[in-house]
Design a protein around this ligand. Structure first.
Ligand code: KIV
Length: 267
């Protein structure tokens, strides 16, 4: 039986300058594959809404959906730390809701930590969840649940004033007790500055190489989702092409009678 990583292991990785690898997963087989090859953290992201359910953004994702996907990922993994996203409207309304919903993701879902979006204005919400002994990952910069305020998925913090606000967000997230934070869609210089000025690990996505770790969406790195292709994504495989070839071959063999053979049949 493998030992699952803890938030202490993740904190130590920053101290030891050991980069933290993070990928999203939403189901049992992908969780099993990435866990077997040693991913440090699996994020059950609300990006499930875009790459799995086909929505234009993450806003429609519900807590019940996050619970369903979290349970599958937990069953498929043994060594990675499982962080699950709190979906839109599961923590913004009031503190009681935030505590209840974070608690459900841990108690029913089986995750070890939750992630929520927002900096200074979410600090007291992070604190109230941390006070229940639920580890929290912050998420600042380009926060996809704020898509309508931002007017699209746009890099944040290019102007000096906004960069100052994001740095203040990072400090507020750390002060509120988060054990790590995602830095999304910000200039690499700003991400490096934040990483050097906070004591908790930063996990970058579209934030350059100066972070303590990196996260990407599994469908993006495997070429499973052609809907959009941001600059920060690197494609490591073309799984769509492999799947298409396999399915085309299956269709051909069913149509011409090459499948099934006696080897695939019962006496
Ligand atoms: O939902 C998600 O997958 C995320 C990552 C992209 C950071 O929040």
């Amino acid at each position: 039986m493998k030992k699952r990583k803890t938030i202490l292991d993740i904190g130590l990785m920053k101290e030891q300058q050991d980069k933290i690898s993070v990928l999203t997963a939403y189901d049992y087989p992908f969780a099993q594959i990435m866990d077997n090859v040693g991913i440090d953290i699996i994020l059950v992201g609300d990006s499930v809404g875009s790459v799995f359910s086909g929505y234009d953004n993450t806003l429609p994702v519900t807590l019940d959906e996050m619970l369903y996907h979290t349970k599958a990922v937990v069953r498929g993994s043994q060594q990675a730390l499982i962080v699950t996203d709190m979906p839109f409207m599961s923590y913004q309304i009031d503190k009681r809701d935030a505590r209840l919903n974070a608690g459900r993701l841990i108690k029913e879902g089986g995750a070890q930590a939750v992630k929520l979006e927002g900096g200074e204005h979410m600090a007291s919400t992070i604190r109230t969840i941390v006070d229940m002994d639920i580890p929290v990952v912050g998420h600042i910069g380009l926060t996809p649940q704020s898509i309508h305020r931002m007017g699209g998925f746009k890099v944040q913090g290019r102007e000096e004033e906004q960069a100052r606000e994001i740095l203040a967000d990072a400090r507020a997230v750390e002060d509120a007790g988060a054990f790590a934070m995602v830095l999304e869609g910000i200039p690499s210089g700003l991400a490096k500055k934040i990483t050097e000025s906070v004591g908790i690990p930063t996990i970058g996505i579209g934030a350059g190489a100066g972070c303590d770790g990196q996260v990407l969406v599994i469908h993006d790195i495997l070429g499973l989702c052609d809907k959009y292709s941001p600059k920060f994504v690197k494609r490591y495989a073309d799984v769509s092409a492999t799947i298409s070839t396999g399915i085309e071959q299956y269709i051909k063999e069913v149509k011409n009678g090459d499948f099934p053979t006696t080897a695939h049949s019962f006496e």
